[in-house]
Structures are given as C-alpha cells and as structure tokens.
Write a protein that binds this ligand. Sequence first.
Ligand SMILES: [Zn+2]
Ligand SMILES: [Zn+2]
Length: 121
Amino acid sequence: MAKRAPTPCRYPGCAEVLATPGYCDRHRVAVHRDYGRARRGFDTELGFYKSGQWRAVRAAFLRQHPVCSVCAAFGRVVAAVVVDHVVPVKDGGARFDAANLQALCVTCHNRKTAQETARKR
Ligand SMILES: [Zn+2]
Ligand SMILES: [Zn+2]
C-alpha cells in the first residue's frame, strides 16, 4: 500500500496538514455548519412562496395593483406579474403587509434582485 502524501487543509489560508485530502477537524465542522445554515434559510423561503396564504395575498395584490409601480413612476404602463417584498423576507421584511409589497414587471423585478445580490457580495 502506497503511503499517502500529506495534503493541506482545503480551507483557504489554513496551514493544517492532513494525511487525507479534505478539511482539518476545525474546518470540516465550520464548512458543514455554513452549508446547513444556507440550506435551511433557502428552504424556509421557498416554503413561504409556495404557501397558499402567500398565493392568495399575491393574487389579491395584483388585482389591486395591475401595473408595475416602478415603470409607473417613469410614466410607463407595464403589466405587473410579480409581487415583490420591498424589504426582502430573508432580511426580516413583513410577509403579508401590503405596505411592504409592490407590484413589478419581470424586468424591474430582475433588476431589483440583481441589485440586492450585488449589494451583498
Ligand atoms: Zn483547516
Ligand atoms: Zn417595471
């Protein structure tokens, strides 16, 4: 049996040398914990958007606000298809409060999502 060459921990900047490729004990735990946290947040959010209550609120809001509110501010009349949370749910925004909702067209919603993503990185 060939003896395995020691490899460094895969965690960036870690100086730990291991007998088998991967993470050292400390970083194996950290990496798994981060992964679990991201996953849980994602599932909670997804479950909310699939919920019957959200679908009902969303449908009612679109009936009352059939036009994209961002486009309307620029004098354009574009059919709204997305009900967006002004303060995102994952940042603690109110889920069913009309004051935290806005009707958007796909273009405006994609732009807002891209801006939010860019701000976080
Ligand atoms: Zn390490
Ligand atoms: Zn728009």
